[in-house]
Design a protein around this ligand. Sequence first.
Ligand code: DC
Length: 206
Amino acid sequence: MIIAVDGPTASGKGTIAKAIAEHFELPYLDTGLLYRAVGYQTVADGGDPDSPEDALAACDFRSDLLRSSALRSEEVGGYASRVSSHPGVRQALYERQRAFAEQPCGAVLDGRDIGTVIAPEADVKLFITASVQERAKRRWMEMQGREIDIPLADIERDIAARDSRDINRADAPLRAAPDALVIDTTALDKEQAIQTAIEAVRQALR
Ligand code: DC
């Protein structure tokens, strides 16, 4: 069984996908982390995330980079969004995601194009969304918790820019698959969002 969970940044898709994986006892892959690793490695090598050649050269990053907390920053999220617009980078990361999705035991993957490109045959597709303001507020609170002080307005601006880049890129843009169930978490707290998503998966599997 393959469960695809797509959506924009800070929509809650990661939390939801993890909870679904735990509930249905399936392995989980955060595909954004792969793009973050490429973005991080590009800059660490002195390259430019907007250069297709520099970004492609960074696709052979070492696997242990995926465990680094450095990948979680907003800055690296921005690099990831930029390298993810290069078709060569998307192609280089495709097989890895595909192999994970094809495991005989099934899998949960979260990202931007899981239901549309990586696993269009997924048994269940969820598209998690929330307003830009609500997503910025959540990210701001998370940062406050980590004692990082960034003005809410700056976060909102960065999220809107990232949405626009992810939605408007030519290759595999952020988009709900036509057969995806859309869950808007704007008015839901974390537990409500998780329960809504698990219930949606249960219904879809009936
Ligand atoms: O989910 P995230 O914030 O960690 O993703 C970081 C960036 O990676 C996101 O802005 C776009 C890109 N990405 C993508 O293009 N396709 C995916 N399946 C996952 C992430």
